[in-house]
Design a protein around this ligand. Structure first.
Ligand SMILES: *[C@@H]1O[C@H](CO)[C@@H](O)[C@H](O)[C@H]1NC(C)=O
Ligand SMILES: *[C@@H]1O[C@H](CO)[C@@H](O)[C@H](O)[C@H]1NC(C)=O
Ligand SMILES: *[C@@H]1O[C@H](CO)[C@@H](O)[C@H](O)[C@H]1NC(C)=O
Ligand SMILES: *[C@@H]1O[C@H](CO)[C@@H](O)[C@H](O)[C@H]1NC(C)=O
Ligand SMILES: *[C@@H]1O[C@H](CO)[C@@H](O)[C@H](O)[C@H]1NC(C)=O
Ligand SMILES: CC(=O)N[C@H]1CO[C@H](CO)[C@@H](O)[C@@H]1O
Length: 551
């Protein structure tokens, strides 16, 4: 529970303002781009956008290429199980967006860019995809419509390529391995056969890591964006709760859930966040945003760390007894602190959270989440226009899973302990409100904000594994002689070559600054490029294969 408790605290604090609604920024150029076609393993949004604008390839080509790449590795080959469904309307949508580009130019940097979203993020059923959080209890259900973040993506011209696998119910089901869902099976990382992708945004992380889509969306309640970013050698941003709309996202808790990007670079993450952030009348937390959402791409400055004061919260967070961090990660972290100094930052070490060990001892997060989950999940089932499984409540979900063991409780994946604990809660009462107040106190008042004020800091920095922080960038890899350890019935971690990340965290709405720090570190170290996925997990299909075929 340490892990969960800790996460809550940090989440409540951090949120990013983001921009939306762009006018048409770029006119069609139709001038030839210089150089080779982008390699889809690494391609950035700006590279893809340049190729689309110059007419070298189309969004239809991109969708075909990504579908082929998914086909190579998802169920075939290494069977990474990162994707649950692909969008049967994606090619038609791409063709329409290609035609619009020719006529009017792109709507935004995401015009015609294929995006994979986690399967707890709703897409309108008429498009042909399910929204299930990985659970058969929602297969074929009709959701009221697109999630708020999906509306923003579509308005920006993005193409929803498909739905990513996840830890079922965003890991709010029981003591199960990360990355498993009844519908999607066990997702594994592309960095070592059978290795733990972390979760719960496991499929989003794996898909981003090897280019099964241009960019992906995940959600986080406690570590579910930052941990898969860390385990898959990619960037992730866990926005402040309420910066990005949770309307149309299968919930755990409105007090902690948030939607954010998982991408190969901080630049791509900044582009995506600028589009998905902002107020949504269907999520009243987003109406409390203090500022207009900034254009996060303006934060991408290699000198961003000059003069920044960055704190090292050693107490509990870097204490191996509590954090579980090993020498490989701690030693890479020590090197990262030197790098931050070399980039002009002042490192304040230690800079502890007054609440640190209270967080470790607290069970308050569990009380809040268990209570919220039952109320909000019941409301989700009630909101469905139809649901073929007949499930209309958490109580019926537990019974459904038990009645369908081959679908929902195969060997090694039987636990429903969290569902059962949540079902036992009886709604909001004094215990709940005390727990919620305590979470804000430990996370914000005597937590991050206290440390930032006491030491006059701009941000804190931590290794990404184990804690919920934002944003995360690649930090390093386990060496080739690492002995694997079991991480579930079908997964291992650590493992030879398994990645881990570095996180920057700050007060609510400080994402603009945090993105700058992460970018400066990323550009200096280029850790992502130091190691690739294992050969069988690298899809071969490239844009040239699509353009060159008559299909
Ligand atoms: C859900 O997936 C099934 C295939 O398993 C498909 O037949 C059906 O059309 C999908 N439902 C919706 C609402 O998209
Ligand atoms: C959102 O609205 C609900 C009632 O619908 C209310 O209980 C809650 O406090 C509101 N939250 C915010 C952040 O405004
Ligand atoms: C909740 O946190 C407070 C500290 O703020 C602590 O005293 C209390 O024991 C915690 N409650 C539980 C159930 O862990
Ligand atoms: C509040 O409800 C929970 C169950 O949801 C129960 O364990 C707790 O004792 C209740 N607290 C009060 C003060 O009634
Ligand atoms: C792994 O190799 C490094 C040298 O590259 C060595 O220092 C370390 O002891 C080795 N670890 C194991 C577990 O063999
Ligand atoms: C796109 C894709 O490959 N989806 C598959 C995900 O996994 C389930 C379970 O194995 C398959 O039924 C889907 O076809």
């Amino acid at each position: 529970m340490l892990w969960l408790s800790l996460g809550l605290a940090l989440q409540v604090l951090v949120r990013i303002p983001g921009a939306t609604a762009r006018g048409r920024e770029v006119k069609p150029t139709l001038t030839k781009r210089e150089g080779a076609l982008p390699d889809l393993y690494e391609a950035s949004v700006t590279e893809l956008q340049a190729g689309l604008n110059s007419g070298e390839f189309t969004s239809v080509d991109l969708v075909k290429a990504y579908f082929a790449r998914i086909g190579e590795v998802n169920l075939a080959g290494p069977a990474l199980r990162a994707v649950i469904e692909t969008n049967p309307s994606a090619l038609a949508e791409a063709a329409a967006l290609d035609a619009e580009r020719q006529l009017l130019g792109p709507r935004s940097l995401l015009h015609g860019i294929p995006v994979l979203v986690k399967d707890n993020i709703a897409t309108t059923a008429s498009e042909g995809m399910n929204t299930t959080a990985g659970s058969y209890s929602m297969l074929g259900s009709i959701v009221p419509g697109d999630a708020g973040v999906v509306k923003r993506l579509r308005a920006a011209g993005a193409i929803i390529l498909g739905k990513a696998n996840l830890s079922e119910f965003a890991h709010y089901r029981g003591n199960l391995a990360s990355g498993w869902s009844g519908r999607g099976g066990q997702c594994t990382s592309a960095y070592y056969p059978g290795s733990d992708p972390c979760g719960s945004s496991a499929g989003s992380g794996v898909a981003a890591s090897i280019g099964l889509a241009a960019v992906t969306l995940g959600t986080e309640t406690d570590g579910s964006i930052t941990c898969p970013a860390s385990h898959n050698n990619i960037a992730g941003i866990k926005p402040t709760v309420g910066l990005t709309s949770r309307a149309g996202v299968i919930p755990i808790s409105e007090h902690q859930d948030t939607v954010g990007p998982l991408t190969r670079s901080i630049s791509d993450a900044a582009i995506v966040l600028s589009i998905i952030a902002g107020p949504d009348p269907n999520d009243n937390f987003t109406l409390a945003q203090p500022n207009r959402v900034p254009q996060y791409t303006r934060a991408l400055n290699v000198n961003a760390l000059q003069g920044a004061r960055i704190g090292v919260p050693r107490a509990m967070f870097l204490d191996p007894t509590y954090s579980g961090l090993d020498d490989t990660v701690l030693s890479a972290y020590a090197t990262a602190l030197d790098t931050l100094k070399s980039l002009g930052a002042t490192i304040v070490d230690p800079a502890d959270l007054p609440s640190a060990y209270d967080i470790a001892a607290s069970n308050n997060e569990t009380i809040v989440l268990n209570t919220d989950f039952k109320i909000q999940l019941n409301a989700w089932y009630q909101s469905l226009y139809t649901n073929p499984s007949g499930v209309r409540s958490l109580e019926q979900l537990i019974a459904f899973d038990n009645a369908n063991p081959s679908l929902e409780e195969p060997a090694g994946y039987t636990s429903q302990s969290i569902l059962i604990d949540s079902e036992a809660t009886t709604g909001f009462n004094a215990t709940y409100y005390q727990a919620l107040a305590s979470d804000y106190d430990m996370g914000r008042t005597r937590g991050i904000d206290a440390a930032l004020q006491q030491y006059n800091l701009d941000a804190l920095v931590l290794p990404a594994p184990g804690y919920t922080t934002t944003p995360a960038v690649p930090l390093g890899f386990y060496p080739d002689n690492t002995t694997t350890q079991s991480a579930g019935p079908a997964t291992v971690y650590p493992a030879p070559g398994a990645p881990f990340g570095l996180s920057f965290l700050g007060t609510a709405y400080s994402e603009y600054n945090l993105i700058g720090y992460a970018y400066a570190y990323e550009q200096k170290t280029q850790t992502r490029l130091a190691r690739r996925a294992y050969p069988a997990a690298i899809p071969a299909t490239q844009i040239a294969d699509i353009i060159g075929s008559s299909a």
